[in-house]
Structure formats: structure tokens, C-alpha cells
Design a protein around this ligand. Structure first.
Ligand code: PRX
Length: 640
């Protein structure tokens, strides 16, 4: 496979000297230490956490099974909270939250700790939830979600956060796969001015999710909702009736901390497992060195806790570092396109971490909007989730960062647990469009299909040494874990194509498998296809991605209707809605093309590559292996 960069990368841009002089990392010492002895280096990072019991050895590695900080014991919530209570951070603000409707909440470390202890007591004492039990969290981005995450961690229950935009169907699948005993939710979520009744979705999901015995509902409104006695419990009442002191569970370093579902190449999402000691070590370390976190920063990561970015860089990483986190429950374009800049001005936010899709949307509405706000509090910007094109990078740098804030373009994945490749903001020159170098302690290479290393040029991105926050498995399917990540090469295969240049910077181009990246969300083509064929009107479906100026990629679905079903005016809308309801609005195809047939090989395999080329208006590749080559002409006409 030949991987080439689409972009012409421009010159290196130096970070401002004033930034560099105060940066947490100003020289190459960390790289030198890590290169000299990687395990000593990681041990030093792990020592920044509080452990109940020290480890016997740093790493036990039997590919693909890693054990980091073997036999060490610690608790994630006490590391995020309790250890700050004996310092000046006790009354420091931990979370500042605002909602789209202007609701506000502020919690100090002390207050957050108390609430977490209260919920932990309720979960363990009243509901009898034990270490290792799974709890699903299906909530909008509110402080109560962070409290729930930490309460699970405190009692050793494994949290599985499901993004509140997922449908009842998707939620049900995840509840069943994880065999969750309990779900914590809210009555409503607010999105772009409308209320979504989350509890109704939960009730529907629970019709066929029998492992769940208890539902805790954070009630945000006084509206009457369906209430099942003996199963449903009120979040606020649960907290208020419980003690504010709680003895945390001492967890083994390798005990799972959470499961997070993400898309793969099959229709079934993968429950990625992260464990405690290694994950926390990397979360604390990477937040400190990449985001340059200091005590007086106000740090805003715009991701939802439903994604890995929210886990690592909205909850665990910043709280481990005793930072003040800003959380906003809302979208970048509602009630107006200036809302993010308004928040930055009002709260004096200093570090801002968002996704390229948002930046491209801001660009589209024009620089006159951010110009109306005072953004001088910003000192560092970040980007994550998909490749950022140099044009969007430059716009972000110029109009948001006022050419004084370094940008960290951070490449990583749900499976890597934390940032793997980026520039360090006070140390490296930036190259718009390129993520940068592997962090100290991380090794990456571009490989050829046969596994040989490409020293300069394009290839398949692989992480070549184990690292503490690496995924330990797929929940209930270790075989799939081995197959997806560890069978192609001797080392971890990320599924991305990348180019390594003469400066050893990595430019990540995108997925090389059947996974799409729509607005920074991973969506498997198979997931959308299987939801489409679930529709009684659809016989067959093939899904491909096309380039989209705002979302990076958009979904096009080619659909064959069942015998006797004819095209109608609203059929396209109906099918789009079907996918939105089955999976989530984020997986909704942009276009549906009804076709009499799909390009297939003689063995019946759909050639998505040809559909992709046709949809992107590219010259078609080899069609000789098709059983029905004439169909491509027809499809080309349908696309027009
Ligand atoms: O293709 C890469 C892209 O997002 C994928 C991981 O998606 P997910 O597990 O949902 O995690 C997103 C947040 C970490 C990767 O395989 N990706 C992520 N960050 C970048 C990126 N592609 C290019 N540049 C990035 N900075």
C-alpha cells in the first residue's frame, strides 16, 4: 500500500520565546532519559502517582499482553482527588461547568471529593455494587457525569460511558456486551435548544438488557418521568443520604478502570479495556508535558466524556494534575457561532483543546466572529481526532491563537489511552498539518506492508514498544484484540497511514481500513451497512466515505431496495433517519444512492474501493475482477 501526504507542508514555526521560557518541558532531557532506559523512565512517571503498594516490576510483556507496574496497588479517584486535599489545592476549583441554557456549577476539589464519596457509598452500600462490576454511564456533559466516573473508580467498579447521543439500540448492545449491573443517567439532555428525553431511551434499552438491576437518574427538571419502583433511584437523593467519607478500594495496577466502546471494521463495536496503573501514569504525564498544565490555568477540552478524549483529557489527566477544568455542555454553533469565544473571554480560559471539524466550521463562518471577543487569556491550543489540514491549522493559529499560542496537534486513539505523537509546546517547532514526534517513552514507525521500517516516507503507523496506557483487550473478545492490532505486524498496528519526514515528524493521513472518521468520530462502514440492511425496505447496502470540507469525511450509502419496494420522494430521508435511530445521528449518511446493483467480485465481495473512487470523482481503478463491470457506469450516472 502506498501512503502519500495530500498536503504540501510548509515551513517550521517556532513557538514564542515567552512561552518556551515558562514551559514545563524546555529541553530534551525527557527524551534522553526515555531513550537511555525506557522502563526507568516510565517508573519515574508512575512515581508521580500515589500508590498504596509499590510494584514488583515495571513491565511484564508477553505480546500482546502487557502488565505494567506488576502487583502495584492504587485507586484512581484518590489520585484525582484525595491527595490534593492535603495541599493548597483543597479549596481550589476543580470543575467549572456551564450549560447551553446558561446553568452554572462550580466544584472545588473538596466539594467534588465529598460528592464522589457520597455516590460511592450509595453504589456500594445501598446497591451492593462490587469491585469488577460494570456500571454504564449514559449522561450529557455535566459535573454529575464526572462525579459518576470517579465514584465508579473509587469502588473499583468498571465504568462504561456511552455517549448520550447514541440510540436505545446502541445503548442496549453496550449494556448487554458489558453486562452492566447499573446505569446512571439523567432525565434530559439539552442540545441545540431542544430537550432529549434520555430516561425514555434508557427505559427502551432496558426492555432487552436484563443484567441491569438499578437505574440512577440525575433529575435536571421537575418534569414527571416514568419511574420503576425498586429499580429507579434519584441521583440527588442518593448523594444526600450518603456519608461524605468513604474508604476507597485498593485496586491492582492491572485491574480494569474502564471499558469504552469504539468502532471497528465489523458491525459490532469493540469494548476497549483500559487498566488502572498504566493508564493513570500516562494520563498524568501526558497532560503535564503536552498541555503544559500549571496551577493558574483554566483548561478547556471541548470533547464529551463519552469519547476517550473526554476520559483522559477532561477528567483523569487534568484532575490528576490538580488543574481547574472548564466543562461546557453545548455545541460550537448554538445559540450563535461565537459561543466558544464568548466562553473563553468570560472565563479567561488559557488552554483550549478541540477538534479540526470544529475549527473548519469556525473558519467557514469567518474570522470576523472571533475578532469580536477578547481571546488574550489563551496561551496554548490543541487539536485532536483527525488530521488537521494546514489551512485550518493556520486559521486556528492566526485568528484564535493570535500567532502567540503554540498548537499541539495530538495523534492518538481510544486504544492508546493517551497522546502518542505531538510536538511539545515549549520545545519543538510546529509544522502545520503534521502531528510531530512520538512523546518521550513512545516509539513509533512507519512500516511497509511486509513489516519493514520506512525511515523516511509513507507507510502504516505502528507503535513499536509497549507503553503503560495501551489497551489491554476487547471486552469479551481477546481473539479479536489479537487479530485487529497484533497480527499484521510484530508490533502494534494503529490502522492509520502516516508519513515520516526528514525531521522525524509524523503526518497522519487517516485510516487505511474500513473505518470512517466523521467529524472526529470513528464510524465503521459495516456498522452503518448493518443498520441499513436491518431496514425492512433494504436488501443490500455498501457504505463509503467522501471528503467533506467541514467534517473531514462524510458517509455515502449505496442501497439496493428489496423486491417490490419502489423509490419514493421521502425514501432517502427515511433511510437516513433509520440509521440515526439505530445507531446515532452522528452515523447518518449525507447521501443515499439507490442503485439496482453493487460492484461485486465473482466471489460476491462488494468492491467498496470502486464505490469510493466513484463517489470522490476519482478515476476508477482496476475493474477486471468485477462480475458485473457495467454497473459502475450506471453508478457514476446516479452519483451525478
Ligand atoms: O485516524 C486517527 C484519528 O482518529 C483515530 C482514533 O479515533 P478515536 O479512537 O475515536 O480517538 C480519537 C481521539 C484520540 C486515529 O486512528 N486521529 C486522532 N487524532 C489525530 C488523528 N488523525 C490525525 N491527526 C490527529 N491528531
Amino acid at each position: 500500500m502506498k501512503i502519500e501526504s495530500h498536503y504540501e507542508l510548509s515551513d517550521l514555526i517556532k513557538p514564542e520565546e515567552t512561552f518556551c521560557k515558562k514551559a514545563n518541558i524546555q529541553n530534551n532531557d525527557l527524551y534522553e532519559k526515555a531513550n537511555h532506559n525506557r522502563l526507568d523512565f516510565w517508573e519515574e512517571q508512575a512515581n508521580q502517582l500515589n500508590w498504596d503498594q509499590p510494584w514488583d516490576s515495571v513491565l511484564d510483556w508477553k505480546k500482546p499482553n502487557a502488565k505494567w507496574f506488576v502487583n502495584g496497588k492504587l485507586n484512581a479517584a484518590t489520585n484525582c482527588l484525595d491527595r490534593h486535599l492535603t495541599t493548597h489545592r483543597k479549596h481550589k476549583t476543580a470543575i467549572i461547568w456551564e450549560s447551553e441554557t446558561g446553568q452554572k456549577q462550580t466544584l472545588t476539589y473538596d466539594q467534588l471529593h465529598k460528592k464522589v464519596c457520597q455516590l460511592a457509598n450509595y453504589l456500594s452500600q445501598t446497591l451492593g455494587i462490587k469491585k469488577g462490576d460494570r456500571i454504564t454511564l449514559y449522561m450529557p456533559l455535566t459535573p454529575e457525569l464526572a462525579i459518576s466516573v470517579l465514584a465508579c473508580a473509587r469502588i473499583g467498579a468498571i465504568h462504561s460511558v456511552v455517549f448520550a447521543g447514541f440510540s436505545a439500540n446502541s445503548l442496549q448492545d453496550r449494556l448487554n456486551d458489558s453486562e452492566s449491573k447499573c446505569i446512571i443517567t439523567t432525565d434530559i439532555a439539552v442540545r441545540r435548544g431542544s430537550e432529549i428525553n434520555l430516561k425514555e431511551i434508557v427505559d427502551e434499552a432496558l426492555e432487552k438488557a436484563t443484567s441491569v438491576k438499578d437505574v440512577i437518574i440525575h433529575k435536571r427538571t421537575n418534569k414527571t418521568i416514568n419511574w420503576v419502583s425498586n429499580r429507579d433511584h434519584n441521583f440527588d437523593e442518593a448523594i444526600n443520604q450518603s456519608s461524605t467519607t468513604h474508604k476507597p478500594e485498593s485496586m491492582d495496577s492491572e485491574d480494569p478502570l474502564f471499558i469504552l466502546y469504539t468502532s471497528g471494521t465489523t458491525g459490532k463495536p469493540k469494548g476497549i479495556i483500559h487498566t488502572t496503573g498504566g493508564y493513570l501514569t500516562h494520563a498524568q504525564y501526558s497532560t503535564k508535558v503536552v498541555f503544559d498544565i500549571k496551577d493558574d490555568d483554566l483548561y478547556w477540552c471541548t470533547a464529551d466524556i463519552g469519547w476517550i478524549t473526554g476520559h483522559t483529557y477532561l477528567v483523569y489527566g487534568p484532575l490528576l494534575n490538580g488543574a481547574t477544568v472548564f466543562m461546557y455542555e453545548g455545541t460550537p454553533d448554538y445559540p450563535n457561532a461565537g459561543i466558544f469565544w464568548d466562553l473563553i473571554e468570560r472565563y479567561s480560559i488559557s488552554i483550549f483543546y478541540t477538534a479540526p471539524t470544529a475549527i473548519r466550521a469556525f473558519m467557514k463562518s469567518g474570522e470576523s466572529i472571533p475578532k469580536q471577543y477578547n481571546l488574550s487569556s489563551l496561551r496554548l491550543l490543541g487539536s485532536v481526532g483527525e488530521p488537521i489540514n494546514p489551512e485550518a491549522w493556520n486559521w486556528y493559529y492566526t485568528h484564535i491563537g493570535q500567532k502567540k499560542c503554540p498548537i499541539v496537534d495530538t495523534w492518538w486513539q481510544t486504544e492508546t489511552g493517551g497522546i502518542m505523537i505531538t510536538t511539545l509546546p515549549g520545545l519543538h517547532d510546529m509544522k502545520p498539518g503534521s502531528a510531530g514526534k512520538p512523546l518521550p517513552g513512545i516509539q513509533a514507525q512507519c512500516l511497509q506492508d511486509d513489516g519493514t521500517t520506512i525511515h523516511s516516507g509513507g507507510g502504516l503507523l505502528s507503535l513499536t514498544e509497549p507503553w503503560p496506557s495501551m489497551a489491554r483487550g476487547i471486552w469479551g473478545d481477546q481473539e479479536r484484540f489479537n487479530e485487529v492490532y497484533w497480527s499484521k505486524f510484530e508490533t502494534y498496528f494503529a490502522g492509520d497511514g502516516a508519513v515520516k519526514d526528514k525531521d522525524d515528524y509524523f503526518t497522519v493521513i487517516g485510516r487505511v481500513d474500513d473505518v470512517l472518521n466523521v467529524a472526529g468520530h470513528r464510524i465503521g462502514t459495516m456498522e452503518v451497512e448493518s443498520s441499513l440492511v436491518d431496514c425492512p425496505k433494504v436488501a443490500e447496502a455498501a457504505v463509503v466515505g467522501i471528503e467533506d470540507t467541514i467534517k473531514g469525511q462524510a458517509i455515502i450509502a449505496f442501497v439496493i431496495l428489496k423486491e417490490g419496494i419502489s423509490e419514493s420522494a421521502n425514501l432517502e430521508q427515511e433511510l437516513k433517519q433509520f440509521v440515526a435511530t439505530k445507531i446515532s445521528p452522528i452515523a447518518k449518511p449525507k447521501t443515499i444512492i439507490i442503485t439496482p446493483d453493487l460492484p461485486k467480485t465473482r466471489s460476491g465481495k462488494i468492491m467498496r474501493r470502486l464505490l469510493k473512487q466513484a463517489a470522490n470523482n476519482e478515476t476508477l481503478g482496476d475493474t477486471t475482477s468485477l462480475a458485473n463491470p457495467q454497473i459502475m457506469e450506471k453508478i457514476k450516472q446516479l452519483i451525478k
